[in-house]
Design a protein around this ligand. Structure first.
Ligand code: 5AD
Ligand code: SF4
Length: 477
């Protein structure tokens, strides 16, 4: 490394986020120099795999890359391509390897190109080993705990010819006030906590996202105040298990208390949150949901399985009966709420009888929408060591039966709003038909209706004219 560059790096302040702003400036100088050499502006592309948490993290990556002087592009032919990876199921990993294979050819053609990898997959040591061996053209690897250090790592990658790797096992650190580039002007995700302490037996998340850490309520409120002054109307509070928010704060605050504080902010028109673990869903939360119209009429309440035996093995801490009672309680306090869920089929030891219990819950609850997953063995989780893995053909058959059932039920459920007038927040122009706009109802269902780009980010009263299974066609009133 050049001597004066090394001297500059040594001058970096220790405290955060000042240190990262320092590195962002340095990255900008380096990118400018590279850009002069290339005789064109340098571009970047952030590719997101996985959940809403990753989507929010990607907005942070974009904020930093823009701060470093790169220009956003949506092409993997860009000069800096970074994959924000997911590892919750095996096919998420396979996708990343497949796409890395094609990136190699792109990089061969572009001497300025750099490739970064971050996110959950990078927290697994065998993944990093595989990349070092089979994909040595990757320039930068970091994990979930040190994403706040991206500006600093970017500088190291820009000045190093070999692969820069920085993956931490865990952290108790939360760095506030880093730049973010939001994808939507009118809605935004807001992290309220990181990590998960539940260790559901099939799930890799606690190993790759670390222990639960809650942000201070004051930091969350101040971020939302800022978002509102920037024009945001809808916030989505994000955490792996929002119902256990605040338990480990110096001055504990419940999730319900946090929601009330956010509902009191003028200008916040809609509040969503994800994800709720049934075992921690309090009566206080149900009351608050019923009391504030700003809190959206939607609850995502992962079931995973309807069999109490399987639930016990999964370490979920509720039975089928307790789950059903909870659903009853919620429906009494928040009439017409839309319930959605996650279900895993083919968990080790799942018998036909266990599967029938899952079907039974599906028929009783009548979800508006269900995310169905085939069990995926994740190395290092307790379930991966179970011997009674269910044969593939049996799993496939159960999966298809479940899918058919949930599709029929959700189409009937969604249809219950037909003919009513609903408030819709317009999200964008319809991609297939530009004479239409697409908006979202409070219960998360999409509505397409005639409109134009000027409506984006506004609330409209829309008459729901036809139901197309998962969405509506409507007309503004
Ligand atoms: N196999 C299949 N699905 C899984 N999920 C988490 N881990 C696994 C796994 N090993 C599902 C759960 C969770 C959702 C985000 O992903 O249903 O709620
Ligand atoms: Fe995984 Fe369970 Fe934590 Fe959800 S609550 S992230 S399923 S361990």
């Amino acid at each position: 490394m050049e001597k004066n560059l090394l001297e500059k790096i040594n001058q970096a302040p220790e405290e955060e986020p000042a240190r990262q702003y320092f590195f962002m400036k340095l990255a900008k100088e380096l990118v400018e120099a590279k850009s002069k050499e290339a005789k064109r502006p340098l571009t970047f592309d952030v590719v997101t795999f996985g959940c809403q948490m990753n989507a929010r993290d990607s907005e942070k990556l974009v904020g930093i890359l823009e701060g470093a002087g790169y220009i956003k592009s949506e092409s993997e032919e860009s000069d800096f391509v970074i994959y924000n990876t997911c590892t919750v199921r095996e096919n998420a990993n396979l996708k990343v390897y497949g796409r890395l294979g094609s990136l190699k050819r792109v990089k061969r053609r572009n001497p300025h190109m750099m490739i970064g990898l971050c996110g959950c997959m990078m927290q697994e040591s065998q993944v990093v080993e595989k990349i070092k061996k089979s994909y040595p053209f990757v320039d930068l690897i970091f994990g979930t705990h040190n994403i706040y250090k991206f500006a600093e790592l970017l500088v190291y990658a820009l000045v190093n010819n070999s692969m820069v790797i920085d993956v931490w096992k865990d952290t108790d650190r939360i760095v506030e006030n880093l730049p973010v580039d939001r994808k939507y002007s009118f809605k935004s995700g807001v992290n309220i906590m990181f990590g998960c302490n539940n260790f559901c037996s099939y799930c890799i998340v606690p190993y790759v996202r670390g222990r639960e850490r809650s942000r201070n309520p004051e930091d969350i409120i101040s971020e939302i105040n800022q978002l509102v002054s920037d024009g945001v109307k809808e916030v989505m509070l994000l955490g792996q298990n929002v119902n256990s928010y605040g338990k480990n704060l110096e001055y504990p605050v419940t999730f319900a208390e946090l929601l009330e504080k956010i509902a009191a902010i003028e200008g916040v028109e809609r509040i969503r949150f994800m994800t709720s673990h049934p075992k921690d869903l309090s009566d206080e939360l149900i009351r608050v949901m019923g009391r504030y119209p700003k809190i959206c009429n939607h609850l995502h309440l992962p079931l995973q399985s309807g069999s109490s035996k399987i639930l016990k093995d999964m370490n979920r801490h509720y039975t089928k009966e307790e789950y059903l009672l909870l659903v009853d309680k919620i429906r009494k306090s928040v009439p017409d709420i839309s319930l959605t869920t996650d279900i895993i089929v083919g968990y080790p030891g799942e018998t036909e009888k266990d599967f029938e219990q899952t079907m039974d819950v599906v028929r009783k609850v009548r979800y508006d929408s269900v995310f169905t997953f085939i069990y995926s063995k994740r190395t290092g989780t307790p379930a991966a060591a179970r011997e009674e893995q269910v044969p593939k053909d049996v799993v496939k058959d159960r999966f298809n039966r479940l899918l058919k059932e949930v599709q029929t039920i959700s189409a009937e459920q969604i249809n219950r709003f037909l003919g009513t007038v609903q408030e819709v927040l317009v999200e964008g122009v319809n991609e297939q038909d530009p004479s239409l706009v697409t908006g979202r109802m409070t219960n998360n269902v999409l509505v397409h209706f005639p409109g134009d780009v000027s409506m984006i980010g506004t609330f409209r009263q829309v008459h729901l004219e036809t139901c197309k299974g998962f969405y509506y066609m409507g007309k503004e009133r």
